[in-house]
Ligand binder design. Sequence first.
Ligand code: DER
Length: 224
Amino acid sequence: GGSDAAKRNAGESAADLVTDGMVVGLGTGSTAAYAIRAIGRAVDAGLDVHGVPTSFASRELAREAEIPLVALDDVETIDLAIDGADQVADGHLIKGGGAAHAREKIVDTAADRFVVVADPSKEAETLDRSVPVEVLPAARQTVASAVRSAGGDPTLRTAERKDGPVVTDNGNLVVDCEFGLIDTPAALARTLSETPGVVEHGLFVGVADEVHVGRDEGVTVHEL
Ligand code: DER
């Protein structure tokens, strides 16, 4: 992954977009964490915002940062969402490294403006990382075989410090699917979405509005 300085610069650059009265989607991962901490400092200085967390982890971080929180099903609109990505290519994303992509996609897509925060290691010409797919536990074999039929290589995501698989905030499993170069992300996204048992996949096609790529010195903002 990228340097802490690059992640911090990206996160703080996106946090600067937050203004009084906003409802802000709070993304998951180490880069979005810098945005959350920066928003927390702004709240401490008097900024009036409400955060909508995208995971258990981002909710805990937002609580530590003392950002007032509101539940996703209690808001009508989300003005701005700030979230990380595992890979960015041609404005499309692969997300789900933190297994939070189901709720992230709801929040990021619902937001009037979705800003991605990343470091240069996330940028690519073409998406080619494995695609995380959240599946109903009972469907992991049927989904795996559908993924193989679509030319992918599925691997059940096992936990680091727990015997057995990663279990998501929603109680589901994650299958990481290697497809190699993904030349037509929209088509693959449709195939995965139409597969019974798939709760959500990590392809965010045409969702992001802006990407803030932090470097050790400075940030580059890409309007999409
Ligand atoms: O899980 C996710 O979707 C995260 O946003 C992930 O894609 C980025 O995490 P990072 O900022 O720690 O690399």
